[in-house]
Design a protein around this ligand. Sequence first.
Ligand SMILES: Nc1ncnc2c1ncn2[C@@H]1O[C@H](COP(=O)(O)OP(=O)(O)OP(=O)(O)O)[C@@H](O)[C@H]1O
Ligand SMILES: [Mg+2]
Length: 187
Amino acid sequence: MGSGGTLTEPPALSPTPAWTVLARTTSAHDTRAFAAAFADLVRPGDVVLLSGEMGAGKTAFTQGLGSALGVSERITSPTFTIAQTYEGGRVRIHHLDVYRLEHLHEALDVGLAEMIDDGAVVVIEWGDAVVPVLPADFLEIRIGFAPLDDDPASGDVRTWQLRPVGTRWKARADGLRATLAQWECET
Ligand SMILES: Nc1ncnc2c1ncn2[C@@H]1O[C@H](COP(=O)(O)OP(=O)(O)OP(=O)(O)O)[C@@H](O)[C@H]1O
Ligand SMILES: [Mg+2]
């Protein structure tokens, strides 16, 4: 784990994932339901990296996952606190938003390594900026805005590209695909 770099140029991720799943949600509510479906798939020790522009739905995803894991507290954006821990669900959640960090070592300063070793689920918004200090295994979720067309409702459509990095999620491909079937799309 190196920790000296800046966050200005995130490194490219592995170009050869074992599989990818493409999905689509059509509202924030739909995104929370989509995220809730991950509650049956995540395991203690998992790291989920969320990337996507401002307002893409990273926090909405975390809210859906958290409440499905049994967190009763309202999950809010940890933009200013950087990290927030939620207890009380079936697994502890560490929720980070690393957008404001300028150096990799700051991710370690807020305790990222300890959170990863904590047997919790670690969800990191803007997580591709801290890939060098992540473990070899994590699930990358890349959120896109669907292109706008004549339908005004298309502004609420988000696309979700899921891809595993490392082998930890490999055995979960079939389960993931089956669980997310109703959101899966081709492009
Ligand atoms: N399909 C959708 N999925 C998620 N959010 C949606 C969707 N459609 C509309 N929205 C709206 O987009 C916004 C998403 O906000 P959210 O805070 O989750 O984004 P974010 O990616 O965490 O942003 P930031 O980069 O500022 O942390 C909310 O206002 C939500 O209501
Ligand atoms: Mg957010």
